[in-house]
Design a protein. Structure first.
Length: 712
């Protein structure tokens, strides 16, 4: 008995010891202890001794995490891939998903985004088949990491949607840490999109979760880093420095080398923006050393770039040149075009200052080529600016003029690009609102059995109304994007909508239908998004050809709004097409007359002209309400429907004691736009933006091919 029981007892003892070591290693990893690597290595040796394939693979995942925490990323990746292969052979899907997720995280840290995406998609594909809480947690974590990949690839919309899906899973699992991480990443992307108010709210929610439910220094470091960046973008550099100092303290406590290097770069950059050069240099040198120590090459590149700018600002051109030259070499090693572009622009400017004109020309010519291939008009404009200075110093005045003209053209185009970016961001916002709505509705419906169907349905109705308001705001803002460029607040579309509803009500329309018409009226000029800026923004009188092109905005608007099943979109389509028709048949696009023109179009035509007359423009003063009404009465029977003008006169006259602005009160905005209809509008906007962008790009290319024409 003793002889037979001895080996079995020893096996059980070793197995128990292995379990203890794995648990201890996991605990140390969670607390970012430097002892984790040694403990996990002991566990792997014991698992190998026991010849337990599952135990070996599980311990390899822990070992890869320990190597990653120790900033030995190459070794960490090799161990993670070994574990993934082992789990695949063992047909252990949970283990395989865990190992693939880890491989994706490591590649993301190294900046190899396409490889990271492949591993993360594999992890998601496997985890989606697992119904256990562990499988769901892996799914959410992989989505979070995939969002990081997508954002770095320039796909902010996809990143936000992945994060919203992950956030819903974490909330279902009641996992506070996962929620905090997702919210932090969402806040970062909102920040980059210029949605500062939303970013502050999101990041504050994340930080409150940390304070109430987490004791995780790494999470604290990430959240504080994001808040510091937000304060810097808001031009509050001193507050950014204060928050970045707290982020660095948390990162150092977490013993995360990569995060520490990022925090040092940020703090040094904020010091530089705050005018504290000595403190900036100290931080950036520490960042450079730390990033090289842990192999965080993207952080190293950022540190070199910021150091170069510091040396330029402190009149140390030789040091600046050395830093930017190192950054250039690193960007070339990483095959990172944007990094190369930034470095060459900086080097070109330095060489220009030092009168090294040949070297400046080499860098700036290459920078211009990169800016064009990267589709980066801001950098392209900067390259032309520096090349104009270079040409002037070379006494090449024609070249200086040509580059100067290109710079001006690009700067003007940047205004249009920014407007289109804002429009696309609104499309992203709509998609995110819809994802949030779907997640919230799913959560509520899972509570029906516990809380009662009636209460849950009331919550669904409330959330749906919230979505309705969000959707309407997005579509209305898209209408504003197409409107007059000095109507940045949307006041014109809002006023036209309110006055339209007042006139319709006075004509006998029901309150609900007048309300509906008022909202539809706000989209009357939505088709202007398809008109080239060269026509829409022209300061002088349009040529006959340009006016014909301008008139197409009615058909474009109808095209955008067509196909909707709701009465709201059908009215909006009707208005967009007919609000420039005239009572006497001299309008466009179809030359309709009298009652051939839908009443909705006749009402909006009157409201639109009244508002245009009573608002100031660069070329005219604002008319009084009485002057505008006189003009409407004179045009009744030719331009406008006499009955509509008479009704408008009655409505407006009754409000004159309180001023014209009284017209614009009382119109609610809680109608629900059908989801498929809203998506259709946004899709059409995207297509039109792409068409117009291609058209303007073709025009720009044509201009480059004929520089004499451009200059003239």
């Amino acid at each position: 008995m003793t002889t037979e029981g001895g080996p079995h007892h020893a096996f059980l003892t070793l197995t128990a010891r292995l379990t203890e070591l794995q648990a201890e290693g996991q605990r140390l990893l969670e607390h970012s202890s430097s002892q984790a690597l040694e403990v996990v290595q002991d566990a792997l040796a014991l698992a190998t001794q026991l010849n337990d394939a599952h135990a070996v693979a599980r311990t390899q995942v822990l070992l890869a995490q320990a190597y990653m925490q120790a900033s030995e990323l190459h070794t960490a990746l090799q161990v993670a891939l070994t574990a993934s292969y082992a789990f695949t052979q063992l047909q252990d899907e949970l283990g395989q998903a865990d190992a693939e997720l880890l491989a994706g995280r490591i590649n993301l840290s190294q900046g190899t985004f396409e490889i990271a995406e492949g591993h993360l998609l594999c992890a998601i594909s496997v985890a989606q088949r697992l119904a256990s809480p562990s499988g769901q947690a892996l799914h959410a974590t992989a989505l979070n990491q995939l969002a990081g990949v997508k954002y770095n690839q320039g796909a902010a919309k996809d990143a936000l949607l992945h994060l919203e899906t992950a956030l819903g899973i974490w909330r279902t699992l009641e996992n506070i840490k996962g929620q905090a991480h997702c919210l932090t990443n969402i806040g970062n992307i909102q920040n980059s999109l210029g949605q500062y108010h939303a970013a502050i709210e999101t990041l504050s929610t994340a930080y409150n979760l940390y304070k109430t439910g987490l004791q995780d220094k790494r999470s604290e470091g990430f959240i504080l880093t994001s808040l510091a960046r937000l304060h810097s973008l808001n031009q509050d550099q001193l507050l950014a420095v204060e928050v970045a100092q707290a982020a660095l303290k948390a990162a150092e406590a977490s013993q995360d080398g990569v995060l520490t290097s990022v925090c040092l770069v940020n703090l040094g950059t904020f010091y530089l923006e705050a005018g504290q050069a000595p403190a900036s240099e100290q931080c950036l040198m520490q960042a450079l050393l730390k990033s090289r120590e842990v192999g965080a090459r993207t952080s190293e590149l950022s540190a070199l770039d910021s150091l170069g700018l510091l040396y330029q600002k402190t009149n140390r051109p030789a040091d600046a040149s050395q830093a930017h030259t190192q950054a250039l070499q690193l960007a070339l090693d990483l095959d990172y075009p944007q990094g190369e572009l930034d470095a060459r622009l900086h080097l070109g400017e330095i060489e220009l200052t030092l009168q090294h004109l040949h070297h400046a020309e080499v860098h700036l010519t290459r920078a211009l080529t990169l800016a064009v291939s990267n589709d980066s008009p801001k950098d392209e404009a900067q390259a032309h600016c520096l090349l104009a200075r270079l040409a002037e110093q070379q006494a090449d005045y024609r070249g200086a003029y040509t580059h100067g003209q290109e710079q001006l053209r690009l700067q003007a185009a940047l205004f249009n690009v920014e407007r289109d970016r804002q429009t696309r961001n609104l499309s992203i916002q709509f998609e995110v609102e819809r994802a949030q709505h779907d997640v919230e509705i799913y959560r509520i419906r899972t509570e029906v059995e516990q809380q009662g169907r009636l209460a849950a349905e009331q919550q669904v109705e409330a959330r749906t109304k919230d979505l309705a308001r969000a959707q309407l705001e997005v579509v209305t803002r898209l209408a504003i994007a197409a409107e007059y460029r000095d109507d940045t607040t949307g006041d014109h579309t809002r006023r036209v909508g309110h006055l339209t509803a007042q006139i319709a009500s006075a004509l006998g329309w029901s309150k609900e239908r007048a309300h509906l018409l008022g909202i539809a009226a706000r989209l009357h000029d939505v088709g202007k998004i398809g008109i080239p800026d060269s026509v829409l923004l022209k300061a002088g009188t349009l040529t006959e050809e340009e006016f014909e092109q301008m008139k197409t905005h009615t058909r474009i608007g109808a095209r955008i709004l067509s196909g909707g099943h709701s009465e709201l979109l059908q009215l909006a389509e009707e208005i967009a097409l007919t609000h420039h028709e005239r009572w006497d048949g001299s309008g466009y696009p179809r030359g309709l007359h009298t009652t051939q023109i839908p009443l909705s179009g006749r009402i909006v035509a009157t409201a639109d002209v009244f508002d245009a007359l009573t608002q100031s423009r660069p070329y005219k003063r604002a008319w009084t309400a009485e002057e505008a009404l006189t003009e409407l009465r004179q045009a009744a029977g030719t331009h406008f429907d006499p009955l509509v003008v008479e009704t408008a006169n009655h409505v407006l006259s009754s409000l004159q004691t309180n001023g014209v602005q009284e017209v614009h009160s009382g119109l609610g905005e809680d109608l629900l736009l059908p989801e498929e209809a809203t998506s259709q509008i946004l899709t059409m906007f995207g297509q039109l933006l792409e068409e117009r962008t291609r058209s303007e790009a073709d025009a720009a290319i044509s201009g480059r091919q004929h520089p004499d024409n451009t200059a003239g």
